[in-house]
Design a binder for this molecule. Sequence first.
Ligand code: ADP
Ligand code: ADP
Length: 224
Amino acid sequence: PAIVETRGLTKVYGDGTEALKPLDLDIEEGEILALLGPNGAGKTTLISMLCGLVSPSSGQARVGGHDIITRYRDARALIGLVPQEIALEPFQKVWDAVRFTRGLFGQGRDDAHLEDVLRKLSLWDKRRSKVNELSGGMKRRVLIAKALSHNPRVLFLDEPTAGVDVDLRRDMWNMVADLRRDGVTIILTTHYIEEAEAIADRVGVINHGELLLLEDKQALMTRL
Ligand code: ADP
Ligand code: ADP
């Protein structure tokens, strides 16, 4: 069954912007879906609604069978989100930032898992540093570590490689490969077709709030 489902999901912002037109989408467990589209297409709006951060204007979204609004806590526990914007507590230490997210969404402490996540992201040596002492790239790594802190079954990556250095890009793809092996469902947004092609199983093309095309990568590539 689908781990992420939307039915008639829409978003009209207060100023009248129609950011998402009615969307019916099923994302299978273990799938990697790339949402491709230009700036302003509605990608972030869609991801934000699937994570319960933006309320839909109509329709429903479910994650793991839980409605993202009425069963937010159950749904959110399954979700890891790496947002586009760096939003971190500046004076929090890296270790505490990651443990805080685990505390919010995870089941009990698992310091061994947090250590593993920090090591994989080359953050272990920085675990006692305050977040505002880190470079932009390291802050981005902290966002990823927080998203993975509670073993999510669905990981959302919003423009994961926009403005990131080569090292982080490589670590990111290695991480995606590991997560894929563990059966984690991954939904990422990008405006690079090469990126969608490189890692996704399916590619959805969004423009002006509308999902124009949703195809297996192979089918899409033969058409382009
Ligand atoms: P993308 O992630 O594809 O760049 P967004 O989801 O950020 O697209 O934006 C989709 C549309 O909604 C754009 O026209 C954008 O300007 C508008 N938009 C996004 N957030 C808001 C908001 N909080 N209020 C009003 N309009 C918004
Ligand atoms: P609690 O009071 O919940 O038992 P801990 O003893 O786990 O908290 O942590 C106390 C402080 O020690 C935390 O604020 C954190 O900065 C630091 N800390 C705990 N575990 C680690 C660790 N494995 N690596 C680095 N710092 C840690």
